[in-house]
Design a protein around this ligand. Structure first.
Ligand SMILES: NC(=O)c1ccc[n+]([C@@H]2O[C@H](COP(=O)([O-])OP(=O)(O)OC[C@H]3O[C@@H](n4cnc5c(N)ncnc54)[C@H](O)[C@@H]3O)[C@@H](O)[C@H]2O)c1
Length: 499
């Protein structure tokens, strides 16, 4: 159980925090070769959240060279598996030991409640590194079936240099989902965090070095997508890009890979996930799942349950219950307040975008039941209250576009076929859920829902054993689980003929 510190405690910790803004390359902090920096504005109050290096192609070249040298030397990939495992386990322990500091860094950048950063983001980051550490000495090569005159060894080998590009909504967790398996498989990594959320990535890399990761195995270059992510994706000496972010940028990255060296890509992209509620469902359970599924992290979640597809006969009752759960449980407060359940939106431009999408939805005829309004805080910062719209049809922008804010669009249906058609009528396929007490229908429906994860009578359950990723334009390749490590490996066949 984590200690519930007061806001005053977190304010003091924040005041004493030294924010590192240099790149982390070859085991050391490096000033940007570009000579340029940028200031991160903290979403919690609109004040400076640190000065960071504004990387460019030269910084990426330096990081890729360091990663390649570390890989070529074999200093990491050829280490005894038990030794590698110990180092990564130590890394996970260091992340836990520095939990409060890391939580604060995540909150400075993202504006999420510091208690959520600590209890969810830091915990899952450390658990992710540990999960892949524990796989290291449990991976075997294979012998393929052949005739008696030969033997074919099928080896799983690391790719070399992996570029990892991550978004700002769950920075530490997503870094661990990618960097963990990539490094456990023996690769070197160049991590390019989102320009909004670089602080935790820089600290994670330094803790990795402290745990014993050799210099050059994990490098971090900060900066904007066009100036750092693009040259990383186009780099001729990078073997793979593991990307999480928007579908729009994911498509660009596929193009860069094709234009350059046909590097492998894995893409975890956007979502517009349906949560379907039939009239026989437990409406209290459904209301809680909808509210938390859609509003957690201020709706800045790729698999947020943003489309409520609800049987018309129970729509009004369910919406009322969602309002009650939201009022009772989902407290929007300053992120350093330990009782906050949701905090600030990532930045002013995103706040404006979300408010613009809400206004467009109203112009198209959606009716606001409650919330979805800017909340002005005396400390400044960018806040939007959780809100619900009804009278939404599935062709309206509120139902089609990823808003990435705490905005629920409710769409009514009459028959099971109609519910299924509405649920699947989206370019995305990341997640979905069905609420019903008819288990035949639950299984029939979940089989036909076209999404990488489907929940029955719950939302957002997960653990490391379960693969996470999407169908359709939500991407391909899976994070988490033992399968994730495969995408950071190649197969190499070695034949031997016997006399
Ligand atoms: N499927 C998942 O697992 C998952 C998880 C979290 C977030 N997401 C998605 O991420 C998006 C929100 O994050 P975001 O706003 O940071 O996404 P984004 O696509 O704008 O940026 C993601 C990363 O790509 C970089 N980037 C931007 N332009 C680039 C370019 N031209 N070349 C290379 N890199 C470039 C950014 O700097 C950032 O590091 C949402 O669409 C959300 O659904 C998906």
């Amino acid at each position: 159980m984590t200690t519930q510190h007061s806001r005053d405690y977190w304010e003091k910790l924040l005041a004493g925090l030294r924010l590192e803004g240099r790149h982390f390359i070859d085991g050391d902090y490096r000033l940007p070769l570009s000579g340029e920096t940028f200031t991160r504005i903290r979403p919690m109050d609109g004040r400076s959240g640190g000065v960071l290096s504004r990387g460019n192609a030269a910084d990426i070249d330096a990081a890729v060279a360091a990663a390649r040298a570390a890989f070529a030397s074999g200093i990491w990939r050829q280490k005894e598996p038990g030794e590698k495992k110990k180092i990564m386990l130590r890394w996970a322990d260091l992340i836990r030991a520095h939990g409060e500091e890391l939580a604060l860094l995540e909150t400075i950048d993202v504006g999420k409640p510091v208690m959520a950063s600590l209890n969810v983001d830091v915990r899952l980051c450390a658990d992710g590194i540990q999960y892949y550490a524990e796989m290291i000495d449990k991976m075997y090569d294979e012998i393929a079936p052949t005739g008696p005159k030969a033997r074919a060894l099928v080896r799983k080998v690391p790719l070399g240099v992996v570029g990892v590009i991550t978004p700002w909504n769950y920075p530490m967790i997503i870094d661990a989902w990618k960097v963990g398996p990539a490094i456990a498989a023996g690769n070197s990594v160049v991590l390019k965090p989102a320009e909004q959320s670089s602080l935790s990535a820089l600290r994670l890399a330094a803790l990795g070095l402290e745990a014993g990761l050799p210099a050059g195995v994990l490098n971090v270059v900060t900066g904007y997508g066009e100036e750092t992510g693009k040259p990383l994706s186009l780099h001729m000496d990078v073997d793979m890009i593991a990307f999480t972010g928007s579908t729009e940028v994911g498509k660009l990255i596929m193009g860069y890979a094709a234009q350059s060296n046909v590097k492998r890509v894995a893409l975890e992209l956007g979502g517009k996930s349906p949560l379907v509620v039939f009239e026989d469902a437990d409406l209290d359970a459904a209301a809680s799942a909808v509210a938390w599924g859609c509003f957690y992290n201020s709706g800045e979640t790729c698999h947020a349950s943003t489309r409520l597809i609800v049987q018309r006969s129970v729509q009004d009752r369910l919406i009322e219950k969602i309002r009650e759960v939201t009022d009772r449980e989902i407290a929007l407060k300053h992120p350093l307040d330990p009782s906050a359940q949701i905090g600030a939106m990532i930045e002013e431009a995103h706040l404006e975008k979300v408010l613009g999408m809400i206004a467009a939805g109203e112009r198209e005829g959606a009716r606001r039941v409650f919330g979805a309004e800017q909340v002005l805080s005396e400390t400044g910062g960018y806040y939007v209250s959780p809100g619900v719209f009804v009278d939404v049809s599935n062709d309206m922008s509120l139902a089609r576009q990823e808003i990435f804010g705490p905005v629920l669009a409710a769409i009514a249906f009459d028959t099971e076929e109609e519910a299924l058609r509405l649920a699947n009528d989206t370019i995305y396929g990341l997640a979905g859920a069905v609420f019903t007490t008819d288990m035949d229908r639950a299984h029939r429906f979940s089989e036909r829902l076209h999404a990488g994860t489907v929940w029955i009578n719950t939302y957002d359950m997960s653990n490391f054993a379960t693969p996470f990723g999407g169908f359709k334009q939500s991407g391909f390749g899976r994070d988490r689980s033992v399968h994730a490590i495969d995408k950071y490996c190649d197969y190499k066949t070695i034949w031997q003929q016997f006399a």
